[in-house]
Design a protein around this ligand. Sequence first.
Ligand SMILES: *[C@@H]1O[C@H](CO)[C@@H](O)[C@H](O)[C@H]1NC(C)=O
Ligand SMILES: *[C@@H]1O[C@H](CO)[C@@H](O)[C@H](O)[C@H]1NC(C)=O
Ligand SMILES: *[C@@H]1O[C@H](CO)[C@@H](O)[C@H](O)[C@H]1NC(C)=O
Length: 487
Amino acid sequence: MVEIASTKRYSECKLLLSWPGFIFLVRFATICLTLASLVLFGDLQKSLSGHQIRAAFNENDSPQTQNAVPSTQRDAVPSNEEEGRAAVHHASSPKHYYKSYPGLANETSIACGGHKATSCDQCPQGHGASWCNGDCEWSHGACARSSKLEHIHPDYFRIIQRYAFQPVKNNNGEYVNIILVRSPFREVDDEDVYLFYKDDIIFLGISSFESFPLESPNPYSHSDRGKIMEEKYLNLFPGFLHMMRDPEDHFPQNVERILMSQSDFMLDAPEKFGQEHANDEKIYDFVYSGGDQDVETDCVGWASYNKNFSFVRDALEVMCSSEFNVTGVLVANKNKDGTKACTIPAICHGKIVQTTFLGQKEFFGYLAKARWAFLPQVCDASPRVSTQAMAMNLPLLMNRNIMGGWKYLVPGQTGEFFHDMSDFKDSLRIILDNTRGENSPYKPLEFVKDNYGNANSGKRLFEFVKKHWGNRIKFPEGTSELLPTGA
Ligand SMILES: *[C@@H]1O[C@H](CO)[C@@H](O)[C@H](O)[C@H]1NC(C)=O
Ligand SMILES: *[C@@H]1O[C@H](CO)[C@@H](O)[C@H](O)[C@H]1NC(C)=O
Ligand SMILES: *[C@@H]1O[C@H](CO)[C@@H](O)[C@H](O)[C@H]1NC(C)=O
């Protein structure tokens, strides 16, 4: 019932604002004059219900916009006036008649402030303006879509509820009409949702999860597997924020691409933390972040594979030896209660600290007390830890085979690479000698400030989108950076 009522309101609103609506008014006036002598004006008003008016209007004038939307979809037309107005505004092209993907229409994902609803006009529940916040705002006595959201598709928030879809904001914290696809589709109808909205929202791929869009080599992965899947994602979106050294070997020509990862962004917090803790005593050589390791199975499993923990065990034999006497921290290497830790070489006891999964601040706390970050992983498209450590002025000891994040490492300037066990000792020796003394040659903070962070990467992403899809999108006023958020 609610849906029908709101459809009616939307149609009426549209009727009055549109050119055919004007014609209708003229016609209505003519009918009134003709019948005036026979029927009282009040009776005529009563007899012509809203439905009859619209029915007559549809039959006689049949504007394309009315028929452009199948009736099943018309039921899902926005249920508040703000959305209605936005849709009418778009309706200069009949194609832009706003409609919802049927499976999304009933989702209670509109944020009202403290609670959620299927649409803004469902937010107040009799409580008025105080229950109308979040994505909505109180206007002319009703709860309507926030005017701050006029640049994005009305279903934007419904779509980003799904893991694969990630929102984008501008430098002022406003959402823009772009959604990043960061992993293979998960829900059965994710692909249908994408296909339904792809002309009205700009969807771009982003490498973030496992080796997406490439096939995951992780044997514990639950993602869709196989070359066919890989080819599908490589050619599905008009553009891709990727991590590859050789993108031309993978993407078809028609896909616009930019070397850019989630880990290029949001480095202010670690930088600030680093400044505040610049005088902390360095008590560890390295920190290794294990994501959330598979402690119950002794660090064998999906997360441990991603962070190459099997290699860490071999490397520890070398690092803990009396030749190097390395001290370090293995983060997320203990279960939540701190009662069980992954096994490490006996030689490391007293030299290596193992922690439970840490919050951001605690993690930064360990980085501030360390000389460098250890990134032995291969299967990682966007290693956040690398840029976080660099923003705290820590260089990296990094696996040369890493899928993403290799671009942050300039040997001698931001850290050292190794390939495997054969050259690990050499690289370890170099970074230890360079960082244990007073005058480190590395300038990782300078490097990330010059090349990454929101100011640099946000601007580059904005230019990339403007260049290729500028004709398809309107940005909120004052937009100068685009920032992937919510990851
Ligand atoms: C949405 O809700 C309406 C009213 O309860 C119902 O008739 C319709 O089938 C629902 N649509 C979907 C896709 O679940
Ligand atoms: C490592 O520590 C052991 C025992 O404390 C010591 O004998 C050895 O000289 C140290 N090696 C280096 C390279 O500092
Ligand atoms: C770990 O690193 C080594 C050395 O580069 C590599 O040979 C191995 O394939 C990696 N394993 C995983 C699971 O990433």
